[in-house]
Design a binder for this molecule. Structure first.
Ligand SMILES: [Zn+2]
Length: 386
């Protein structure tokens, strides 16, 4: 009885997730035969290592092949004795457990992982970190938004969704992404860690959990401040320092769209706004508080972007540049350019609004004059009749 009621309640709310969900996709819906071998060209392989990679050109199967390539190329398959077929199945299952949200979808997962792969290459992280940290960074990036419902933590908490109740309002989404990640790993056919020992698995699991939980933007200031404290005497042999750096790295990759060339980055802003508007419309209809940056009546693309670039992205990448000077040219430069471009756009928009206001008041003025002259005309007519 209770179960039925609970189930009926669930179907009314598509963002609620239950591990008892009949539609759960934790087992890949397709198996590897339907995942055609896609040969990556040498050109693609080279381009894949850079933030300039065009993430819009590829279909899901091609993105899966790219991700597979990264695991082979970084030596993770060899060093952790990952069964190559299990890797394919795991990736398929990951794909199937991302929802088709405007923003938080499988392509976003791909972008974040591809940016991580680019940063590993750009900053020579394989010379600085043990391979297990490379495995943790890559796998956390792949899993970091699994089964994202398209409505953020604030919505989850205010609407008292099943996820918020389950995780006591503490990063409900990130906890969920992480739980789904390890539910997938718990299936033997998808367990890419099946050949590492118990001790190593514990270490990898803890590392992935820490990184996925670090992607909650509510913790942004806390994590960045902690990193700033360490940066002047950064010590790669200090576990706390390395963990903090890894947290900042996944954060950088997660919000790195603006690092990409303008024509690659820009469509993501529309995707994000679409997801935000979906949420704010729903919040309005459910009588919940609405954040101004999500409100279609209040936000504009340039204002949203300028704030995010100036106060979040640029300060974070500037801090990372202190440790990795090579980040400045490749990642910070595009951020500065993006900020300048949106500033120009904002000025243009404001000028347009001004013009519109002026032309509206001119129209109003001429309508008023017209009415006045009509009034006098009528008076005159009346006069002539009397
Ligand atoms: Zn994300």
């Amino acid at each position: 009885m209770l179960r039925t009621e609970f189930f009926i309640c669930r179907t009314n709310c598509p963002c609620k997730y239950s591990f008892l969900d009949e539609n759960k996709k934790l087992t890949p819906q397709r198996d590897i035969p339907s995942y055609p071998k896609y040969m990556l060209s040498q050109e693609t392989i080279e381009a894949l290592r850079k933030p300039t990679f065009d993430v819009w050109l590829w279909e899901p199967n091609e993105m899966l092949s790219c991700l597979e390539h990264m695991y082979h190329d970084l030596g993770l398959v060899k060093d952790f004795n990952i069964n190559p077929i299990t890797l394919k199945r795991w990736l398929l299952c990951i794909h199937d457990n991302y929802r088709n949200n405007p923003f938080h979808n499988f392509r976003h997962c791909f972008c974040v992982t591809q940016m991580m792969y680019s940063m590993i290459s750009l900053c020579n992280l394989q010379d600085k970190f043990p391979q297990v940290d490379i495995l943790i960074l890559m796998t956390a990036a792949v899993c970091h938004d699994l089964d994202h419902p398209g409505y953020n933590n604030t919505y989850q908490i205010n609407a008292r969704t099943e996820l918020a109740v389950r995780y006591n309002d503490i990063s409900p989404l990130e906890n969920h992404h992480c739980a789904v990640a390890f539910q997938i790993i718990a299936q033997p056919e998808c367990n890419i860690f099946s050949n590492v020992n118990q001790e190593q698995f514990k270490w990898i699991r803890q590392g992935i959990i820490t990184l996925i939980l670090a992607t909650d933007m509510a913790r942004h200031a806390e994590i960045l401040d902690s990193f700033k404290e360490k940066i002047n005497n950064f010590d790669y042999s200090n576990e706390d320092h390395v963990t903090c750096l890894k947290m900042v790295l996944i954060k950088c990759c997660d919000i790195s769209n603006e690092v990409r060339p303008m024509e690659v980055a820009e469509p993501w802003v529309d995707c994000l706004l679409e997801e935000y508007f979906m949420q704010s419309d729903r919040e309005k209809s459910e009588g919940l508080p609405v954040a101004p940056f999500m409100d279609r009546d209040k936000v504009t693309k340039p204002t949203a972007q300028i704030g995010f670039l100036k106060f979040v992205l640029i300060p974070m990448f500037e801090t990372v540049t202190k440790l990795f000077p090579e980040v400045e040219e490749v990642m910070l430069q595009p951020l500065w350019e993006s900020r300048d471009r949106y500033e120009e756009l904002k000025q243009l928009e404001e000028a347009m609004k001004d013009m519109q206001k002026k032309s509206e008041s001119l129209t109003m003025e001429s309508t008023k004059n017209h009415k006045v002259s009509l009034f006098f005309k009528n008076c005159f007519k009346v006069d002539t009749w009397t």
